[in-house]
Design a protein around this ligand. Structure first.
Ligand SMILES: Cc1cc2nc3c(=O)[nH]c(=O)nc-3n(C[C@H](O)[C@H](O)[C@H](O)COP(=O)(O)OP(=O)(O)OC[C@H]3O[C@@H](n4cnc5c(N)ncnc54)[C@H](O)[C@@H]3O)c2cc1C
Length: 440
């Protein structure tokens, strides 16, 4: 598993670099017109690379399992964010270099007189700037996630389409057959990805609906949805993975939300459960979902799954980060797997510990030790208090700490603190797996 993931990661990086550098290779090796001055050529190379990186973002964020699996969804989204900033910088450098080295070109900014190809360039850059500002400061701009998501896609499509039209308008390097073939291929790929994600995939989901069979209240403002496939067998998932659910709208709208599966991967009949904490607009509507409601489920996704059975498994959960751990524990119990497991579970108080009773019951079926760490413990509390840190690991785990395998899921500050505690205990990164509930 590890080996094949590392080979796939290398193939992924090589493939990605080939895609974004291909326009420059073709530009350098093509039989096109003689090169212009150095700065103009450099600026064009930046423009080409930036545009092809932007177009490729459609593929990166399209939830293709073979793209995301070797890394995990959260890593892919962070990559998308960072690489977008590089792409935007390259695109901005393209006109910036031209304006500095050839100030006469500044007249192209006059949209009234400028040719269409220059207007498209301006439109592309403006769309990109709005895209960056709204992505970096969405919360400060008070944009709801859904509105922002739609705007983000519209701006990305506008920026890339206008960029392509600008490039075709100049057509400098497109006289060469190789360049033309490459750009036609790239553009066809981007359009195919968009059509797949926005039309083919939703159609597929509509043909494989699910029904809400039970809506179960849990401790800690959490509700479990029990979902059964209707007219199909559902899918198999690995404990720790997640799916995207669409409840109130059609899968053609951009409204799916990610939730871990909390049920056992051994459940039969394609049944899956998601346990959802009331934290905002959609999640507050979950307790009101009627039994029998038809919903759409896209999954499974994610690389946050259990590995080598010989290792001691240390599950570190904060708040609703317990859901993937619950799936792992329920699955181990159903499989009769008695590998040693330690659950370090940070919660606000004793009353809000989601799945508390079931964890007690699972202790009888597993080799499981649970350590609760309460932020606000009751007066007679003898256990751990505060937040999970290196001392708590040292008190409950047997050294050497690098020999255990760690799974971490919870709020961002907790994840950062736990990762630095593990670094303090000299646990190599290869021994811990994190699932971040924020892709942003
Ligand atoms: C891989 C993964 C697994 C998760 N598993 C669980 C789980 O098992 N149980 C649980 O309660 N929560 C889980 N979450 C968190 C959950 O997805 C968010 O809390 C939920 O989407 C918030 O939606 P809202 O409309 O209620 O809140 P809002 O107030 O509208 O949004 C709160 C924040 O949630 C995030 N968010 C909202 N919609 C989306 C979306 N469509 N895609 C990505 N992020 C979004 C945004 O950062 C937003 O700022 C998971 C998140 C991820 C990424």
């Amino acid at each position: 598993m590890q080996m094949s993931f590392s080979v796939r990661r290398t193939a992924w990086v090589v493939g990605y670099l080939l895609f974004i550098l291909a326009p420059i290779f073709v530009m350098l090796t093509g039989t096109a017109e003689p090169a212009r001055d150095f700065w103009t050529e450099l600026s064009v190379a930046f423009g080409y690379a930036g545009l092809s990186m932007m177009g490729l973002q459609f593929g990166v964020t399209s939830r293709f399992r073979w793209v995301t699996e070797p890394w995990g969804e959260d890593v892919i989204y962070h990559f998308h964010r960072q690489i977008s900033l590089i792409a935007v910088t390259l695109v901005l450098l393209h006109p910036a270099i031209l304006f500095v080295t050839r100030p006469d070109l500044l007249s192209l900014l006059n949209v009234v007189d400028a040719p269409w190809r220059a207007r498209f360039a301006l439109l592309s850059v403006l769309a990109l700037l709005v895209l960056v500002v709204t992505a970096l400061w969405r919360v400060r701009l008070r944009l709801s996630y859904e509105v922002w998501h739609r705007l983000h896609i519209a701006l990305a499509v506008t920026a890339v389409s206008a960029g392509v039209l600008h490039m075709i308008g100049w057509g400098f390097y497109l006289t060469d057959a190789w360049s033309r073939a490459l750009w036609i291929g790239l553009i066809a790929l981007w359009v195919a990805v968009l059509l797949y994600v926005r039309i083919v995939k939703p159609l597929f989901l509509i043909r494989r609906p699910y029904q809400v069979s039970e809506v179960r209240p849990e401790r800690g403002e959490t509700t479990t949805l029990v979902l059964d496939p209707v007219g199909h067998d559902g899918f198999r998932f690995q404990p720790g993975q997640f799916g995207w659910i669409t409840v109130w709208r059609s899968p053609f709208t951009i409204s799916a939300q990610p939730f871990s599966f909390s049920s056992s991967a051994e459940a039969t009949g394609g049944r899956v459960e998601m346990s959802i904490r009331n934290l905002g607009d959609f999640t507050s509507s979950v307790p009101g979902i009627p039994v029998g409601k038809r919903v759409y489920l896209d999954g499974p996704y994610g690389a946050f799954t259990m590995g080598n059975p010989a290792d001691m498994h240390v599950l570190v959960a904060g708040g609703i980060g317990i859901t993937p751990m619950m799936s792992m524990l329920r699955t181990l119990a159903d499989r009769g797997d008695r590998r040693p497991v330690m659950l370090l579970y940070g919660a606000k108080d004793w009353q809000s510990i989601t799945f508390r009773e079931e964890l007690e019951e699972l202790t009888g079926r597993l080799d499981l030790t649970t350590v609760y760490v309460l932020e606000d413990p009751p007066a007679n509390w003898q256990g751990e208090r505060g937040f999970i840190n290196a001392e708590i690991f040292q008190r409950h785990l047997t050294p050497p700490y690098a020999e255990h395998e760690y799974f971490i899921c919870g709020p961002e500050p907790m994840m950062d603190a736990v990762e630095s505690a593990l670094a303090e205990l000299k646990v190599p990164k290869s021994k811990y797996h994190s699932e971040r509930y924020s892709f942003l």
